[in-house]
Design a protein around this ligand. Sequence first.
Ligand SMILES: [Cu+2]
Length: 416
Amino acid sequence: MESRSKAHVSWCILLEITVAVLFCSNAQAAPLKITLDTYRNCIDGSILSFSVSCCPGVELDLNVTVVDFIPKRDRLSGHRIRKALQCLTGEELRTYTEKLTRAYELMRALPSSDPRSLHQQELTHCAHGTGSFVQDGLKADSNFTLDIHSSWIFLPWHRMFIYFHERILQKLLDDPTFTLHFWNFDNGLDGRTSSTEGCSEPGHFFPGIYNDNSTSTFEPSRSNRTRVLNVPIDLTFPVMFSEADPAVALRCVNEAVPRNREAMHLAMQKGRVSRDFFGIPFRYGDVRPPMLVGGGSLEYFPHNSLHDWVGGFMRTPLRATGDPVFYPAHANVDRLWDVWMKLGDGRELLQPTDPDWLDAEFLLWDENRVLRRLKVKDVLNIADLGYSYEKVYDASWIFWQNSTGLVSSAMAPTQP
Ligand SMILES: [Cu+2]
């Protein structure tokens, strides 16, 4: 009995050590820090052992001064509400469609040497997501590169990125009130009879405003799935699949909705510890988190499954931000983080308070082609950034109860 419990203890110690090696911080922990040198000394990155070249600095002027971004001080206009795309109607829908398509026409027309161009938006995400940026910016050790996926950096970095993207759209339109509305992909139920506030229509179909092949918001590389009438998104879509995989079969509403509800319910659970929702810590000096390991529940699904279901550019971090639908999809991921913080049961207490997360520092281009420096702690309150989200029918998954028994086994992680 005693030897069994000793053996049990040593297994526990071994397990603890393994977990520590995989997930815990290095001895000289410090926050990640992107500097001008990081941009200047960008290297070829890799994904799934393929080499990729997507350094933004090749075509950009990097003899610039970096300016600190201070959210409240730098707000451009009054408070904006990001709305659910499926509830835009009439004149509001017409005007929004016009502005959105105009903005992407202008963005696509910018020269590739302009950091605001769609091409540079693509490179910026690619470089941050493929190990092209070396953590110290000095090529001192290119084993220590960066990925803004698969760790606790995922949620705040993408919030920053789509925020500046929205400001660029505003600038191109000369309209500081223009707002990036969201694809409410998680809502598959019609809540109009039970919900009195906000948008209650199902949002699980690919947003039509991004699906007109004669406009600038269309991306032809997307899967045909996005164009099949009455087929909703499948948030349990298999990841890292081959198109010949029988699991890739299309699911119609009656089959997809129960699975999507269950997937969302699981993704938005409190979790036991911070990393369950936010992902593993990733600090200066840590090895780049490997694909499929380390992300939080919201990152794996619905986020990864959405990227793979949409397909085309969206399937890979190399090209994903070159598809305009990336932005409303990520606005919804951003919204879900905000919703999770307010769902109660002590969830908000699990948001990291570690200075290595709060002080992690990034550089992104703003609407005036100025490189702005900001930290994770600058973007934790979306009201400071001047926006909030329209209330929608989250009850569609909050009150899910009946497991289909199929969803957990369908979940497997990947990353765009
Ligand atoms: Cu990404």
